[in-house]
Design a protein around this ligand. Structure first.
Ligand code: ARG
Length: 443
């Protein structure tokens, strides 16, 4: 039985094909769906479309369903199309016709929109938390190994001295910018599409400001047509933020596989965090980093995939939009897993302290020697030429003390300032408002 069913049954093959993976996907929207209905029905009561005793019954049943979801006992039954139908059927079963009232002034089109916003808001909160955890680990590593030098490369050729302080710290700072992307995505996500109904509003005097406040959104999506356009756009901006994090992680993963390689041999991991080979007994492979790299490279394709799905859709609801869930939902989990596994690995990393004793890195100090000459009064070009000739003649002697003092350099990492940027970005989300609103709704 469908919410929209009148006298004809739809063909079984049509149903199977159009519902597709939606039942499974919708389980992830269940919590949000109940929250949306808790707010919508309070608003219906306020505008006189639901009596006080009706509202009380509906609120009680919705809260019971919410608890059932939290305890893992909620399911979308066979033959029920989606989570919206399941919740409404459960209400009708317990409350009779009152259950059928809750859909006044609402369509599944704005219902799924608001569910997605609430669900994505929560997902962004969790992802931001994982970003901050990894950030803290990277900063701690940067501080701990601030004086340990390593080669820096250009063209993948040995270039200039770098340090583990710089290397770890660079990825921490990269995560700050990724968090800015996530913040932008949050701001676009945290708006209320409820009340746009099928995409063109309603003749009921809906109080959209009220549902906006009850659900803890920053503002409504005002224009009802634009609210419906948000389906696809929201997913795209969230996926762009995920892709940005994935870009950072994929590069971090690449560095780790390379530095672990015997020809570099800069870092190591405990044997139980690596994997073996079925034929070569000596192997300790960095599979965790490889899976992170592969997953994150795929995640970087997600914005393109979402763009392809939505690029030429006509305005208004189109069923194609349902498929966005299959593209985006797994990515929300995958980026979290990648962040958590990267953090887990880095908690166990060891760095080699004497890398630069190897004479193959001596020329890396050529710029240091040139600069020292220049500081002692020799014009830069002349100093450059002298050191160049020494190298050619085999008479170059490196000076291995590195004295970089400007902002952001080996000797002045500015990790405290980078941490301030991170905290400032985190504070701008105001997750506490969303959390408080949701707690009030289910109380
Ligand atoms: N499962 C649908 C989706 O995700 C819900 C909305 C259905 N609306 C409709 N007009 N068929 O898009």
């Amino acid at each position: 039985m469908k919410l929209w069913q009148k006298n004809t049954d739809s063909d079984a093959a049509v149903e199977r094909f159009t519902v597709g993976a939606d039942r499974e996907m919708d389980l992830l929207l269940a919590r949000a769906d109940v929250l949306g209905s808790l707010a919508h029905t309070r608003m219906l009561h306020k505008i006189g479309l639901m009596a006080k005793d009706e509202l009380e019954g509906v609120q009680r049943e919705l809260k019971a369903i919410y608890r059932q979801i939290e305890q893992g006992g909620f399911a979308i039954e066979q033959g029920v199309e989606d989570v919206h139908s399941q919740v409404e059927f459960m209400l009708t079963e317990h409350l009779g016709d009152v259950g059928k009232k809750i859909h006044s002034g609402r369509s599944r089109n704005d219902q799924v929109l608001v569910d997605l916003r609430l669900m994505l808001r929560r997902a962004i909160m969790e992802i931001a938390g994982d970003v901050r955890t990894l950030f803290t680990t990277l900063q701690a590593l940067s501080e701990r190994h601030r004086d340990v030098l390593m080669p820096g490369y250009t063209h993948l050729q040995v270039a200039m001295p770098s340090s583990f302080g710089l290397w770890f710290g660079a990825y921490a700072e990269s995560l700050v910018d990724d968090l800015q992307m996530l913040l932008a995505a949050y701001r676009i996500t945290n708006r209320n599409p409820l009340g746009s109904a099928a995409g063109y509003g309603s003749s009921f005097p809906l109080d959209r400001q009220m549902t906006t406040e009850l659900l803890g959104f920053d503002s409504p999506d005002y224009n009802v047509v634009y609210a419906q356009m948000g389906r696809g756009k929201t997913e795209r901006v969230v996926s762009q933020a995920i892709a940005s994090i994935a870009h950072t992680l994929a590069r971090l993963a690449m560095d780790n596989t390379m530095f672990l390689n015997q020809n570099f041999d800069f870092i190591s991991y405990p044997a139980n965090l690596t994997t073996g080979s079925s034929i070569m007994p000596h192997k300790k492979n960095p599979d965790v980093w490889e899976i992170i790299r592969g997953r994150c490279n795929l995640l970087q394709g997600l914005p393109g995939q979402i763009a392809m799905l939505t690029v030429n859709l006509p305005l208004g609801y189109n069923r194609d939009l349902q498929l966005l869930k299959e593209a985006l939902f797994p990515a929300l989990e995958q980026v979290r897993e990648a962040l958590q596994m990267a953090d887990f690995m880095l908690e166990h990393i060891s760095v080699r302290e004497n890398i630069l004793d190897d004479p193959k890195y001596d020329y890396m100090f050529s710029v240091e020697v040139v600069n020292n000459l220049a500081l002692s009064g020799v014009p830069f070009r002349e100093a450059y030429r002298k050191v160049g000739l020494d190298i050619e003649n085999g008479t170059f002697t490196p000076s291995k003390t590195v004295n970089h003092t400007h902002m952001g350099s080996i000797g002045n990492l500015c990790n405290d300032r980078i941490a301030q940027l991170m905290e400032a970005a985190m504070a701008e989300f105001h997750f506490e408002r969303a959390v408080a609103a949701e707690e009030e709704l289910i109380r």
